[in-house]
Write a protein that binds this ligand. Sequence first.
Ligand code: MN
Length: 149
Amino acid sequence: MTKPVWRPAAEAGAWKGVEVLHYKAEGSAAFKGVTRRVLFDDPELACQVRYFEVQAGGYSTLERHEHLHAVMVLRGRGRCLVGDGLYELRPHDLVSVPAMAWHQFQATPEEPLGFLCLVNTERDRPILPTSDDLACLRRDERIAAFIKF
Ligand code: MN
């Protein structure tokens, strides 16, 4: 049996003993002002729970992949694209990202957006949009106005 872990919250979105990590390698994909924390990562669970924080005006990478995301907003305000849907995000909202759905999370210009994201430990690498994919996404003017790439 693995040892239990107790990590008290230092404040909203911060936990004692949980390191603040880079979201992705700088320059590997387009994103702005995102940090990552791995909260749970136990091989026996075969999944990870991460906490992402997007600073005000920031955004995650526009991407898609075979693995799923299960997301719960913990703090702040923002919006997301999932597939061809755009959704407002507030604390405690839930969003799932299906396989191969384009997705991007954005904080509002005024407030950061912090959310939990559950993924399988073993997962495929994200795919970035090609210029054809972007052209396709931009056919929907609401999506064209939203996406940052
Ligand atoms: Mn993703």
